[in-house]
Design a protein around this ligand. Structure first.
Ligand code: 3HC
Length: 308
């Protein structure tokens, strides 16, 4: 295993084509960033053509917004849009030297994606996972070339959040790590190298904040009281706004993936699980998306879990 610390920058590989598996909201956001910053072909794939089309259209719409804000000139705007394509045929990833996924947070699903990708891309290609709460080592355990595998964890909203966590799994080699750090730099993000531990660094802290906030509500503290009490901390969003931003399912998964290994340190919230499963919202918004208050469903849960 290479020594700890920053990898040798000179080992970073050049990326000339990016493959993205999963064309949902998160993937659309980082596909936009990859094409905008690396200016190389970006190919997206998903399980059906509809999802692929929506993903590509989503990237085009993001690029349109950047152009409308004057952040892309007309030449670049058209050139970048043409660089983004979609396919349901993963064999078109053969010449990608960097492929990253943002598919469902389930180990087996991700393992299947990467097992398949390894057969398609060249031996030197680097495979990256955007997982937020699964073990990168566990995903890598089925791979032929785990040394070419790394965690590359973006934050929501991708365009605005400055950080990427580069997860240095047990078998990740130095060239892969150096390339991931170089990619982050070229995306104009800051990056930290983290170990493969539940929540890496950021979600470990967030799981604490979000879990405690949910637990307070679950055990009888009114939602507004939690918000008002936390104001002096100067968080850019309340814990409940943040849960809604990342998606209740993702948020519930983050809590659960910390509670399972460390039940004494982290709370899970059955109420949050149920709200997530029901596709509920926490925040009531007006037609312009401005927050009006909290939804009835969310308010109903106050004090409904045993006070532990
Ligand atoms: N998507 C895309 N862009 C967004 C956005 C969104 N949801 N929300 C805001 N933005 C953009 C705006 O367009 C604006 O861009 P511009 O300067 O180019 O016009 C810029 O962000 C600032 O927006 P606003 O002035 O409207 O809003 P705020 O000053 O209130 O900031 C925020 C918005 C940056 C989202 C801020 O509230 C914030 O930092 N929130 C915390 C977000 C956070 O903690 N994210 C991490 C979540 S954890 C995670 O993702 C990991 C996962 O594994 C769970």
């Amino acid at each position: 295993k290479r020594p700890a610390g920053a990898p040798d920058k000179s080992l970073a590989r050049k990326i000339s084509k990016v493959g993205i598996v999963g064309a949902g909201l998160m993937a659309t956001q980082f596909a936009t960033l990859f094409v905008r910053r690396l200016k190389v072909p970006v190919i997206m794939t998903d399980i059906d053509q509809d999802r692929v089309d929506r993903g590509v259209a989503g990237v085009h719409a993001e690029l349109d917004k950047l152009a409308a804000k004057g952040r892309l000139d007309a030449d670049n705007h058209n050139r970048l849009k043409a660089l983004v394509t979609g396919t349901t045929d993963r064999s078109q990833f053969a010449d990608c030297d960097w492929a990253i996924e943002a598919v469902f947070e389930e180990v087996k699903v991700k393992q299947d994606v990467f097992t398949d990708l390894e057969k398609i891309v060249s031996e030197d290609a680097i495979l990256a996972t955007n997982t937020s709460s699964l073990s990168v080592d566990e995903i890598a355990s089925v791979l032929q070339r785990p040394e070419r595998f790394v965690g590359f964890h973006f934050f929501n909203p991708v365009a605005v959040m400055p950080l990427i966590e580069v997860v240095n799994a047990t078998k990740t080699d130095e060239e892969t790590l150096a390339t991931a750090m170089a990619v982050a730099k070229n995306l104009k993000k800051s990056a930290v190298i983290t170990r493969d531990r539940p929540g890496f660094v950021v979600n470990r802290v967030l799981a604490k904040i979000l879990g405690e906030a949910m637990h307070a509500v679950d055990t009888g503290t009114p939602i507004d009281v939690v918000d008002t009490a936390l104001e002096p901390l100067g968080l850019p969003m309340t814990p409940f706004e943040l849960l809604e931003l990342v998606g209740l399912k993702v948020g519930a998964h983050v809590l659960e993936s910390h509670h399972a290994p460390f039940p004494e340190r982290f709370f899970e919230s059955k109420n949050l699980d149920q709200l997530a499963d029901a596709g509920a919202k926490l925040i009531e918004r007006d037609g312009k998306g401005q927050k009006k208050g909290y939804t009835k469903e969310f308010k109903k849960i106050v004090g409904t879990e045993a006070n532990t």
